[in-house]
Design a protein. Sequence first.
Length: 355
Amino acid sequence: MSGGYLCRPMYKLLRPLLFRYDPERAHRITFNLLEFAAKLPGALKLVGGAHPPANAAVKVMGLLFPSPVGLAAGMDKDAKHVNALSDLGFGFIEVGTLTPLAQPGNDKPRLFRLPADRALINRMGFNNGGVFDAVERLKQRQPGILIGGNIGKNKATPNERAIEDYVKCFDALHAVVDYFVVNVSSPNTPGLRELQDKAPLLAILTRLMELNAKHAELNGQRRPILLKIAPDLTNVQLDDVISVVKESGIAGVIATNTTISRDDLETPAVEVVAMGAGGLSGAPMRDRSTNVVRYLRDRMPRPIVIIGVGGIDSAAAAMEKIEAGADLVQVYTGLIYEGPALVKRINEAYARWKG
C-alpha cells in the first residue's frame, strides 16, 4: 500500500514520492508517519484528521458508529495502528484478516499499483502475526474505538477443517472486538472461495452463531457476525448467500471483496498479465460492488446489515453505495489515491444527506 493519510494538498506532493517505493515499503513508511503525527498534539488535524460531524452517527447491529465510514480489512491486519487511525475520522476499523497461526503470506512481490485505473492488485495471502498477538494489542486500545475482527483460515488448513480455524479466531477475539467478519472470499488463499458454497458456508456460520450464544450466556456479550463475499458471484450464488444469511441468522454482509476480473482496465494488458494473479481493488470495482449491494438489499430488507466496499474514492462513490442500500461503507484503495481527506469528505456528505 501507499500513503493515504495526509491532507489533500500535502498528499498531492507526497504521493509521487511514496509511489517511487514498492507498495509494501510505502505502506510501512505511511504508518510510521501516521504514528509520529499521532504523538504530536494537534498534528493529525494538520495532516487531515477530523472528527466526524455529530449527525453522521449511524446505529446498526446494536452499535453506535460515530460515522458511516470504516477502514476495510487488510490495511491494519495486525491491529498495530488502531489508536492513530481512529483519529482520522473513521467510524470503525476492521483488523485482519487474522488466522490462528502467524503466516508470512505469499511470495513477494505481491502488491501492485495500477495508477491509470486508480487500482491495486494484491495476492498477499493472509500475511499476519496470528490472532493471539492481535488480541494482546487490542486489549490496549483506547476506549470508544469500534473494531471489527476479520477472520480466516491458515493456508495449511484443509477446507474440511476450516471451521476449526474460524472457531479459534472467534473465541480468541470475542472479548476485544465489536463485530466479526467471516472471510471466505479472498482469491489469494488456495481453495478458500470454495467455502462460499452453501453447505460449507452454512456450517461455518451456524457453528459461530452457536458459539456466540454460549458467549452471551457466560458474559452477556453477543457479537454481530457479518459475511464478506466476492464480487464475482453469479446471481444464483448471491441467492444462495441470501438464503444462508437468513437461515443462519447472522447480522449481514460485506459487499464486496476484491475481484479476479481484469475487464475494462486502462493499464496495458501486458503489464497486468506481468503482475500475475491476485485480487483487483479500486475504481474498477465501483459499479460491480454497487450492483451487488443493490441486488442484496432488494432481497434482504433491514435490519439485515449491508456494508458497501469497492471503488469508493470520492464522496459521490460512497453515497452511491448508501443509496443502493448500504448501511455503512468501507474504504481501502481510495485512501492510496486520495488520502485521509476522503474520509472527511464522505462524512460531511453523509451528514448533509442525512439532514
